[in-house]
Design a protein around this ligand. Sequence first.
Ligand code: ATP
Length: 266
Amino acid sequence: DTGKDDGTFSKPKTTFKDVAGLDEVKEELFELVDFIKNPEKYKKMGATIPKGVLFNGPPGTGKTLLAASVAGETNSAFFNTTGSEFVEKYVGVGAKRVRTLFEKARKESPSIIFIDEIDAIGAKRHLESNNEKDQTLNQLLVEMDGFNKDSNVIIIGATNRLDLLDEALLRPGRFDRHIYIGNPNCYTRHEILKVHTKNKPLEESVNLEELAKKTHGLSGAHLSNIANEAAIMAVRENKSTINKQHFDDAIERILAGLESKNSKLV
Ligand code: ATP
């Protein structure tokens, strides 16, 4: 359950253990987890708890997974939203959705509001215009500023177009922490493959380290697809285990898909 409607939420069981690699990112997020779990400790020291964290980087690199695991680590309510679902034809509807979302999150706190593709609402505003998009963004800014210090609601935004965002969103007290999450390196690809083959019967011929070397440039989402495709191929052939050939075919399939996508762009 990812809770896509405004006001619906889940209590994810996902934790940092489910996120392979990304050790530095997790370390940084550990502090956020501690803020949420022990707000008193920080308040006593006169420190302000951050309200917003921005994940920046290409698609499929685990941004949603990380946000859900911050919620899982802290037993927070997880509001999983996408910027585009706030963008409406009618003026005022998006703003109202934002208001409802924050009201609910405060009520259920501790809460994590995740806004994927935040650039859909957070793109630079136009001077003197007051269209639906601008109103939605203004409402988001109002909500972030208006947080009660004790509300214990954290917003995590994700984008792969940091350059498009309105500077107002990036000011201190709003999304003032940025974390870059790039495509995984060879070590991390190996770790991701381990996570996604944990419950799969692999033949000894399958060497995950070798597969990691062969999959340069692919994201965690691609690797998870490859592991799944390989399993489906094994089932199709009525095998009881997944072998090297299944993985090689799955990789070829994913790479061919990417190539045809790229050639369409040219
Ligand atoms: P998008 O920007 O397209 O929404 P995202 O960065 O939010 O992508 P996720 O949805 O978190 O990416 O990742 C997609 C899937 O890829 C995850 O559900 C998971 O199966 C797998 N995945 C990605 N990164 C990792 C990782 N570091 N460890 C384990 N699985 C991963």
